[in-house]
Design a protein around this ligand. Sequence first.
Ligand SMILES: N[C@@H](CCC(=O)N[C@@H](CS)C(=O)NCC(=O)O)C(=O)O
Length: 217
Amino acid sequence: MSAIYTVYGAIGSGSVPIEAALSLIGLPYRVEDHAPWEGAARASDLTRINPLLQVPALALPSGEIMTESAAILIWLADAFPQARLAPAVTDLARPAFLRWMNFVSSAIYALYWISDNPARVVDRAEDHESAKAHIYDRIAHCWGVMGAQVKPGRYLLGDDLSVLDLYVATASRWSPGRRRFDEVAPGLAEAVRRTDSDPRLATFWAERFPFVDGWQS
Ligand SMILES: N[C@@H](CCC(=O)N[C@@H](CS)C(=O)NCC(=O)O)C(=O)O
């Protein structure tokens, strides 16, 4: 048993908000990078951690493995309340917190299983690009739905940064990209930008999801 947390992840992937949360909480952790999208052979050592061959996963000091980004983020925030990374269970913002954490996971993140490799569900290669375009339209629509209903303060759920901010700041950079996110959910843009530029995360973002030229598209 190790006293530190192990994140199974990849640069720019769904492990990024988890790594950011661990860093803000101040927990000791190490990252084991995997790139499951590079093929089953490269990813095979991930099977003992996550039989779905996906990152992120988190190995707890107890040895227990968690998968599912939203569950991991909610658990971390709840297990370490002193970091104030989620509204408490009795807080009026808690229902919205749970709602949007699950929305990002199920309505948006889950779609990348298809868009990252349309051959999983679309047989004809010539149809893959249009399948991807439809999925990106759906993702933009979902961000728009969220943008129409969430009324941020300094951050998405009010004046405190929560793991929802870390989750959205990461996922909104995936295709169709932050520029389109800002177009469809303009009311969320400023709060998300505040998370991008949080000074406590500057080194972290540079290492794990750098804002390179053209990052918004
Ligand atoms: N439901 C999972 C989705 C994880 C996921 O789709 N991860 C991507 C990387 S960001 C992945 O590992 N893709 C490889 C694959 O699905 O084959 C979660 O929320 O953690």
